[in-house]
Design a protein around this ligand. Structure first.
Ligand code: SAM
Ligand code: TMP
Ligand code: ZN
Length: 404
């Protein structure tokens, strides 16, 4: 198996078996067979990039009815408003600045840029969410960003000061085309800024459900630096972010254009010291994950046998991994509630648990709620305090199985 970045040798370290498309919520009674693939992850012995061993064709995941909405979380709305304000105050202060966002989704970040009257473009292949962005006054191009699209944008709009992507670059196996596209589109002093789940947090928090079809790469400073160098870029800044269970924001600039901040060397040293991308570390992570699975299945089976009522909370894409890996179906979790309209009335992929709106949660409250959206724990627990007050308990399965 070859590394998608450098063609080096890949070593598998975790295997989650046969898995469905994580965002393909099934209509009850739909006779069409679901698409399944083999979810396993490996690390490259040359460039240290952790990545999936099987690639799902992009059109199967990102299409007209891609259901995920960036605006679904109040914390994320605030986060993206902060991102936009910071870009406006730092990178976008020159004459007639221009920012391009990859995977702008429903326009949550770019709306603030548009409202400030700054030139921008969102490149978003999923038609439904792109339409929502356009309805918010965001300029969108419905396309998969890649080298050809970058050249077309450059020809039409001129060079960009910033290319920004959140939770999108790690979704793109053809990252070489993204980086050569960024090279074509950015002005000489421009930057590519992207934030994605951090391999270091995935290992520390044992958050194995960050591994699913759409998350192709699991970045860290070492692997991003190596990837950047192949395309004439340098990693010039890193910033730890608390969102989505722990992310890092990476800033790439053309080599020599900017001096790397001390944070880069510090994170590289930390990764080196803990052996983050070493096979032994990653195999140890996989062994601990298997123990979490056994504990979660034992807990849920015991609760079912006692006649306890258990609901799921948050039909996240990442919940496909935990539900299918653990074999959790409607016998163990009666339904999952979720605020996303396009998921409600459907069944979770592969595991076929009904998805209902958030109002179903209190009608009546369950005894236990499996928090599948654990990355939004604070926000969800704050709005569902009455559940705990009524005697309900949250079940979390990262970093280990525990009740809250
Ligand atoms: N940036 C938003 C956020 O952080 O909430 C949305 C993230 S969503 C998980 C990933 C987005 O990337 C989807 O909207 C998908 O359609 C988009 N995407 C996938 N491949 C892409 C590509 N090649 N170019 C631009 N966007 C892409
Ligand atoms: P994410 O982990 O990919 O951000 O997905 C979060 C999912 O959880 C999304 O389907 C929306 C749902 N959700 C709720 O149902 N209620 C909430 O309060 C929050 C924050 C998210
Ligand atoms: Zn490699």
């Amino acid at each position: 198996m070859e590394c998608r970045v450098c063609s080096g040798k890949l070593h598998g370290f975790a295997d989650f078996g046969r898995q469905p498309l994580s965002d393909h919520f099934v209509l009850p009674g739909d006779p069409a067979p679901e698409f399944f693939f083999h979810l396993a992850v490996g690390v490259c012995e040359d460039c240290s990039m952790a990545q999936l061993l099987e690639e799902v064709p992009r059109e199967r995941m990102f299409h007209e009815s891609y259901p995920y909405l960036s605006s679904g979380s109040a914390v994320m709305r605030e986060h993206f408003e902060g991102v936009a304000k910071r870009l406006l105050a730092t990178e976008l202060t020159g004459p007639d600045p221009f920012v391009v966002e990859l995977g702008c989704n429903d326009g949550t970040m770019l709306k603030t840029v548009a409202d400030a009257g700054v030139r921008h473009l969102g490149v978003e292949p999923s038609g439904g969410v792109a339409d929502l962005a356009a309805a918010r006054g965001v300029r969108v191009r419905k396309d998969f960003f890649e080298a050809g699209v970058a050249a077309a944008v450059r020809a039409a709009d001129g060079p960009a000061d910033v290319i920004y992507a959140a939770n999108t670059l790690c979704h793109i196996p053809y990252v070489d085309s993204i980086l050569s596209g960024a090279d074509a589109l950015l002005r000489p002093g421009g930057v590519l800024v992207f934030e994605d789940p951090y391999l270091g947090d995935i290992v520390t928090r044992r958050s194995f459900d960050q591994i699913y079809d759409e998350h192709f790469y699991f970045f860290c400073a070492a692997s991003v630096r190596a990837m950047a160098r192949r395309h004439g870029f340098e990693l010039v800044d890193v910033e730890r972010l608390p969102v989505h269970g722990g992310e890092v924001r990476y800033t790439l600039a053309r080599r020599g254009a900017r001096t790397p901040t001390p944070a880069v060397a510090a994170l590289l040293a930390e990764e080196e010291a803990r052996g983050l991308t070493e096979l032994a570390t990653l195999r140890d992570f996989a062994a601990r994950v298997a123990a979490n699975r056994d504990d979660l299945v034992a807990l849920l089976t015991g609760l079912r046998d006692q006649g306890a009522r258990v609901y799921g909370y948050g039909a996240t894409a990442k919940s496909a991994t935990v539900l299918n890996y653990c074999g959790i179906g409607p016998d163990l979790v009666s339904f999952v509630c979720d605020t996303t309209p396009a998921k409600q009335g459907r069944l979770t992929p592969g595991s076929h648990i009904p998805v209902r709106g958030p109002e179903a949660f209190a009608d009546p409250y369950p005894d236990y709620a499996l928090l599948l959206a654990w990355n939004h724990a604070e926000e969800i627990m704050a709005k569902e305090t009455a559940f705990r007050e009524a005697g309900g308990r949250w079940i979390l399965y990262v970093p280990e199985v525990h009740l809250v």
